[in-house]
Design a protein around this ligand. Structure first.
Ligand code: C2E
Ligand code: MG
Ligand code: MG
Ligand code: MG
Length: 284
């Protein structure tokens, strides 16, 4: 392949990159005040029982409605929050808001909250969660914490302590985006997970086919043997719903059922289910 001709290798730096960098710095500066200014809000996306069509859980997904930039997705500001350490304050706020919303729902409906590795490794991490539960009056068994495999790269013992302490209280853990990271089966064995969320790249997109189907089947089989629920993420069509259900997934999440919605709409979805006992979306 091409040699660099003894010259210093040029670093690719163009307008797009400097614009990205500037935006990142802006986001960093503004994120600090966004909570106080009430610009952040928690949206809720249903996770549905694939046998009955009923909502079992809502996943809390943070949104930032910026006065000039419009709606910002978490992928844009969560990494910035992680780099700056703001994720601790932000994360505590998110957990508190999510627990408060869930306290209004029927008892059998749970709330799932995403946690960054930093939040778990921070001193007093479990206390933050317990405070949020107590203040909201939410039983720990109604809280599920979603973590990704990136949490385990450094095999920190704080992680184990955090998970053991909270799961002893009844808090559940879900392994998010399964299949995209290191996917070591050792994590499933070592840590108290009750749920695996198969990443949406196995459900839709260019890579989906015989191989991904086989993988979902295998994960679903593993789930049923180990008594873990398997969630298929990113379900957008009825065909995808059928495929993952036939593969043995018991729960599903995706635009086919609903996007993430504000708290009052989440409550409405539950009320509607209760009234006419029909699922949010047909499963046949
Ligand atoms: P995630 O935890 O895997 O959440 C699922 C993401 O997939 C959400 O994106 C959701 O809106 C999107 N999604 C759901 N169904 C579909 C579908 O059918 N099709 C497609 N194309 N997408 C679908 P969102 O809300 O942009 O969040 C992205 C990621 O940001 C989340 O991935 C999670 O890792 C992180 N995140 C979101 N909220 C929080 C939070 O409160 N705290 C932390 N630490 N991370 C968060
Ligand atoms: Mg998640
Ligand atoms: Mg996910
Ligand atoms: Mg994700």
């Amino acid at each position: 392949h091409a040699k660099v001709n003894g010259r210093k290798q040029t670093c690719f730096y163009n307008e797009t990159m400097s614009r990205d960098l500037a935006r990142r710095r802006e986001i960093e500066a503004e994120l600090r005040s966004a909570i106080q200014k009430d610009e952040l809000s928690i949206f809720f996306q249903p996770i549905v029982d694939l046998a009955t069509g009923r909502i079992r859980t809502f996943e809390a997904l943070v949104r930032w409605f910026h006065p000039e930039k419009g709606e910002l997705r978490p992928d844009e500001f969560i990494p910035v929050a992680e780099e700056t350490g703001l994720i601790i304050t932000l994360g505590n706020w998110i957990t508190a808001q999510a627990a408060k919303a869930a306290a209004q729902w029927p008892e059998e409906v749970t709330i799932a909250v995403n946690l960054s590795p930093l939040q778990i490794k921070a001193p007093g991490a479990a206390l933050g969660i317990k405070n949020a539960l107590r203040e909201a009056g939410l039983h720990p068994s109604r809280l599920e914490l979603e973590v990704t495999e990136s949490l385990f790269v450094d095999d920190n013992c704080a992680t184990e302590t955090f998970m053991e302490e909270l799961s002893d209280l009844g808090v559940k853990f879900a392994l998010d985006d399964f299949g995209t990271g290191y996917s070591s089966l050792g994590y499933i064995q070592k840590y108290p997970f009750s749920k695996i969320k198969v990443d949406r790249s196995f459900v839709s997109g260019p890579n989906v086919g015989k191989k991904t189907d086989a993988i979902i089947h295998a994960v679903a089989e593993l789930g049923s043997k180990l008594d873990m629920a398997i969630v298929a993420e990113g379900l957008e069509t009825i065909e995808q719903v059928r495929t993952v259900r036939e593969a043995g997934c018991t729960l599903g999440q995706g635009y086919y059922f609903s996007r993430a919605v504000p708290d009052y709409l989440a409550a409405m979805l539950l009320a509607q289910e209760d009234e006419d006992s029909t699922p949010t979306r047909a499963l046949a």
